[in-house]
Design a protein around this ligand. Structure first.
Ligand SMILES: [Zn+2]
Length: 428
């Protein structure tokens, strides 16, 4: 049991004004990765590094790619086996058409208890909350049993280069639990959907639209592929879904493009076409089996379309070469994650949420991948994803975060760390 005195000591050390200011300052730094416009995570990372140095943390800036650093904010509270990581990213997605916004996307305007701007919700507010929580723990004088690392990482929104670099350099090797600071509206997310992204390329033979029999159209194969993908989805849905927290698995053809490159023309049969497939999985599904099914589908479609062409040509008395060919490429393979509810990091998150909100915690799942996916998949680190902000708001115009919820989140983060690294004989 952690004494009420210690809990109060930690909570009293949380600087509410500092949290709001830190959030606003970060939102006002445009950290969209846009080499053409000349913006990147660099300035936001440098700002965090300066701030954390002033708080007395051990701070390191590590270049992941040019103008794209990670920041490591570390505190070795005392010797201990546990090593908690807080993870938050510095990059934000583009504001899109700025004229659609009612507020300056980089203004951090506060109206009616909300702060507006790109990143307020995803995830600079939560990044500020985790840093404020770490500072509170450190400044409270309570001696935690173990270490905390704040991973302030770049490129979460795209290739997740930041977390992969963090892992590659060995920083995750000793981490025993991680809190992924993302907008989950106070929910405790212990699972995440997996993602498989695939590309089918269908090779036929280009010809004039007025002389289709001198070419080999890819369109029938595209149609059969889409039918086949739908059948695979229906099979997965009846076999596996829905998952209690993650909902239904899905297999979605998102891009159907012919020709695969260059300008389409109505009177030209394209020689090459592509179908991109976005597959989202739930924990019981096997990615290996799905990839096998995708490959089997390509072979079956090829054979069937070749037969159809042969039959048709027979009817017309033609002799064409039916050298139709379908290639499958897997572009992304990110596994599902699921952390046991009895894991100490989940228990810490649940205890802290209960203590601060006076409600039983609600468990949920994350529909997309996060940096946590890699920590879980590559280093078996138990992860829990939680933070302030409506779950539908990320990447929208007029992005916002509720400031009361943000303060509550900083308090929950601080107590979760306290519970995970309880001060024992070293206690303050
Ligand atoms: Zn995010």
């Amino acid at each position: 049991m952690i004494s009420v005195d210690i809990i109060t000591q930690v909570l009293n050390a949380i600087g509410v004004d500092e949290l709001i200011k830190l959030t606003a300052d970060l939102v006002q730094i445009n950290s969209v990765w846009d080499p053409v416009a000349g913006t990147s995570e660099q300035s936001a990372a440098e700002y965090v590094a300066r701030w954390a140095t002033q708080q007395g943390f051990d701070v390191q800036l590590e270049e992941v790619a040019p103008l794209r650093p990670n920041v490591l904010v570390r505190w070795n509270a005392s010797p201990g086996e546990r090593h908690l990581m807080f993870e938050g990213h510095t990059d934000v997605v583009t504001p899109g058409d700025v004229s659609m916004w009612h507020y300056d996307p980089f203004g951090a305007a506060i109206v009616g208890g909300r702060m507006y701007g790109r990143g307020t919700n995803d995830t600079k507010g939560n990044l500020a909350a985790m840093l404020t929580a770490m500072a509170a723990l450190k400044n409270s004088g309570v001696r935690l049993a173990g270490r905390i690392t704040g991973g302030v990482l770049c490129d979460e929104e795209d290739q997740m280069l930041g977390v992969r670099d963090f892992i590659r350099r060995g920083h995750a090797d000793t981490v025993t639990g991680a809190i992924i600071c993302e907008p989950q509206d106070g929910l405790i997310c212990t699972s995440q959907k997996g993602a498989l992204r695939a590309r089918y390329t269908v090779f036929g033979r280009m010809s004039h639209g007025a002389m289709p029999l001198s070419g080999l159209n890819t369109a029938p194969a595209i149609a059969r592929l889409i039918d086949g993908l739908q059948a695979l989805e229906r099979k997965a849905v009846s076999q596996f879904g829905p998952d209690e927290h993650l909902g239904w698995p899905s297999l979605t053809p998102t891009v159907i493009q012919a020709p695969s490159s260059g300008a389409p023309q109505l009177n030209v049969i394209p020689g090459e076409a592509v179908v991109l497939v976005d597959i989202r999985t739930i924990p019981d599904q096997s990615h290996g089996e799905i990839i096998e099914a995708l490959a089997t589908l390509a072979d079956a479609v090829k054979r069937r379309v070749q037969e159809e062409y042969a039959r048709y040509d027979g009817l017309l008395g033609l002799r064409r070469q039916h050298d139709l060919h379908i290639e499958l490429e897997i572009l992304t393979d990110r596994p599902c994650t699921r952390t046991d509810h009895n894991d100490p990091v989940v228990q810490a998150a649940a205890w802290a949420t209960r203590y601060i909100t006076h409600h039983e915690p609600v468990y949920a799942g994350v529909p997309g991948a996060t940096d946590g996916t890699f920590l879980w998949a590559l280093r078996n680190i138990p992860i829990v994803t939680m933070g302030a902000g409506d779950r539908q708001v990320p990447h929208q115009v007029d992005e916002w975060v509720d400031l009361d919820q943000l303060v509550e989140t900083a308090r929950i983060y601080a107590l979760a760390a306290l519970h995970y690294l309880p001060p024992g004989k070293h206690g303050g």
